[in-house]
Write a protein that binds this ligand. Structure first.
Ligand SMILES: NC(=O)c1ccc[n+]([C@@H]2O[C@H](COP(=O)([O-])OP(=O)(O)OC[C@H]3O[C@@H](n4cnc5c(N)ncnc54)[C@H](OP(=O)(O)O)[C@@H]3O)[C@@H](O)[C@H]2O)c1
Length: 258
């Protein structure tokens, strides 16, 4: 897939990795970028970016009418970047109710699938194109303190594999990005870890799309998690249990049970 000259749509484009994708797409010569944000104000800011190649659109991926409106308006798309994501920082067992994990599933899994369903005919009509799904190291290793987030990313990764097979006949490639640790609002609570920049992730993601990779680890943290998983899955699971115990002790001391 060629990035130069393509028309892309990026969800969650107003900040973080999504904005990094818009900036990299501009730098790599995309013809047009639909930059999606949940608020009209953010969409207007995005439209003012660059040199007329960015159109901000309002899109909440959990709202079917907005997904349908985006598909009706953006018929030239050949690259769909499913970047929008939610992480509510609760655990599965101690969250006050199931609301936060349902929300993570709605955005990270159902929202992603809804976008693929809406744009599959468009990608097909435009020669096949590509879908890139921004996933997480939490999609290959269950991370207990992440509550519904990690399971939602596992589900999204599985969906991506199914969609790749379903859309192979129309020539649409599907790339899953396994993202480790990035300097964005979602990860601002993570301390003492080297974080990649949003543009680094976008650059790695577009490289993966260009080469038609099915799955790509975008940064050092993701590569390390993958290596640990391959080397010693039992020790990795044990380290998660130990890490959870430490966190629970800390939350108890702070009175901040999640
Ligand atoms: N940061 C990391 O270390 C890291 C690691 C692994 C994976 N990721 C993944 O990278 C992606 C981008 O996250 P980020 O780190 O850039 O975080 P971020 O700065 O928190 O950005 C999240 C983006 O998703 C948007 N969003 C949330 N719910 C949405 C919905 N229902 N519909 C449409 N957009 C929605 C947000 O919009 P608003 O501004 O309106 O809230 C925002 O633009 C996510 O899929 C995340 O899971 C991040």
């Amino acid at each position: 897939m060629k990035i130069e000259g393509c028309t892309a749509l990026v969800t969650g484009a107003n900040r973080g990795i999504g904005l990094g994708f818009v900036e990299e797409l501009l730098a790599e010569g995309a013809a047009h970028i639909y930059a999606a944000a949940r608020s009209a104000e953010d969409a207007a800011t995005l439209s003012a970016m660059g040199d007329g190649r960015v159109t901000g659109i309002v899109l909440d991926v959990t709202r079917p009418e907005q997904v349908a409106a985006a598909a009706a308006a953006c018929t030239g798309v050949s690259l769909l970047v499913n970047n929008a994501g939610a992480f509510n920082r609760h655990t599965l067992m101690r969250a006050p109710d199931m609301g936060s994990m349902r929300h993570e599933m709605e955005v990270n899994f159902f929202g992603l699938v809804a976008m693929c369903r809406a744009f599959a005919p468009i990608l097909g009509a435009n020669g096949g194109g590509a879908i890139v799904n921004v996933l997480s190291a939490g999609a290959i290793v269950p991370v207990p303190e992440m509550g519904g987030y990690s399971p939602s990313k596992f589900a999204a990764r599985a969906a991506g594999d199914c969609i790749r097979a379903e859309l192979a006949g129309q020539g649409t490639a599907v790339t899953s990005l396994i993202v480790g640790s990035v300097d964005t609002r979602m990860a601002e609570h993570v301390k003492g870890v080297d974080k990649a920049s949003p543009r680094d992730i976008a650059r790695a993601g577009l490289l993966a799309v260009r080469h038609g990779l099915e799955e790509h680890d975008t940064d050092r943290h993701a590569v390390e998690v993958r290596a640990f998983l391959a080397r010693d899955p039992h020790r990795l699971r044990l380290s998660m249990v130990q890490r959870m115990a430490k966190l629970q002790a800390r939350w108890q001391a702070e009175g901040t049970g999640k």
